[in-house]
Design a protein around this ligand. Structure first.
Ligand code: FES
Length: 318
């Protein structure tokens, strides 16, 4: 569903392979307000949608005049980023939202924002929101190089030494997230947005340190549902006995919907938790970032938007 008509107002290079795209209302309707962490879903050619987080440096998210996105050109993506990089001022697009699967908790404890690459975009709005209040926060922004660190100068300009930059090429490797977790006050809420290895390492460090699950918040900035070497497998629907083949290039949700089964889901990236489904038989291949280690190890639940199967068949409680 697309309910926003938007016109491209400004396009700028924001970093290596990264475009900043500013969108205004195309039909004069006021743009809906949003909270830090929210995204819109842009309609792409071929009846597809991609989610892009809303960047807010201004503090006007409650009544925005424009929406600002940061889009990285992905070689191996589904073409969505290529479409977005092809946009020019005056082009019109449709979108839905804003929605927020990655909100700030309502507490007053310290906050650590961990950004990996283009995963910085929702955390920019969080930094703006936190700076307007009294909550203690800092951000560690990791990128492959200084050239790839989009928005870093503006972040440092706005928030000074609350922003720490980590460039893998200069540091000789990825940001040591376990050290960051262990060095943070035990009450700290950690918000991580970036590639899956970074999110997994953060969750593992928090679990190892005995930090409560409620203090971990993640949003994934890559689609993990398809990987090279993926094979077809079968899903048995427990309520009907129907057996559906999930091809290598489709998700469980896509295959089941094509078979006429109604499902409830949202993000389709493995980070909102809505499509969680009980597994009655078989072994899931977990690719989400919402389940805890204990839940994954149990093999009894899975996110059917991205996760697949390690066995030839899964029997799901649907
Ligand atoms: S739809 Fe969000 S985790 Fe599956």
């Amino acid at each position: 569903m697309s309910d926003l008509k938007l016109v491209v107002q400004r396009v700028e290079d924001a970093g290596e392979l990264i475009r900043e795209i500013e969108l205004a209302s195309a039909d004069g309707a006021a743009l809906p307000g949003y909270e830090a962490g929210a995204h819109i879903e842009v309609a792409l050619p071929g009846d597809r949608h991609n989610a892009y987080s809303l960047i807010d440096f201004s503090g006007n998210a409650a009544s925005p005049e424009t929406y600002v996105l940061g889009v990285r050109l992905e070689d191996e993506g589904d073409g969505g980023s290529r479409f977005m990089h092809g946009l020019r001022p005056g082009d019109e697009i449709s979108a839905s939202g804003p929605k927020n699967h990655f909100p700030l908790d309502g507490g007053d404890g310290p906050v650590l924002l961990l950004a990996g690459g283009i995963g910085v975009t929702p955390l920019i709005a969080m930094a703006t929101a936190l700076a307007a209040g009294s909550r203690d926060f800092r951000m560690v922004y990791a990128s492959r190089s200084a050239a790839a660190a989009a928005f870093a100068d503006r972040l440092s300009g706005c928030h000074g030494d609350r922003i720490s930059l980590h460039h893998d090429d200069q540091a000789g490797g990825p940001v040591p997230v376990a050290d960051l977790v262990n060095g943070a006050d035990p009450e700290t809420h950690i918000y991580v947005c970036g590639p899956k290895p970074m999110i997994d390492a953060t969750r593992a460090a928090m679990e190892a340190a005995g930090r409560p699950e409620a203090q971990f918040h993640a949003e994934l900035f890559e689609n993990t549902s398809h990987q090279s070497g993926d094979k077809p497998f079968e899903v048995e629907v427990a309520s009907t006995g129907q057996v559906i083949t999930v091809p290598a290039d489709k998700t469980i949700i896509e295959a089941l919907e094509e078979a006429g089964i109604d499902l409830i889901y949202d993000c389709q990236r493995g980070d909102c938790g809505i499509c969680q489904t009980d597994v009655l038989e078989g072994t899931p291949d977990h690719r989400d970032v919402v389940l805890s280690k204990e839940e994954r190890d149990s093999g009894k639940v899975m996110q059917i938007c991205v996760s697949r199967a390690l066995t030839d068949r899964l029997k799901l409680d649907l």
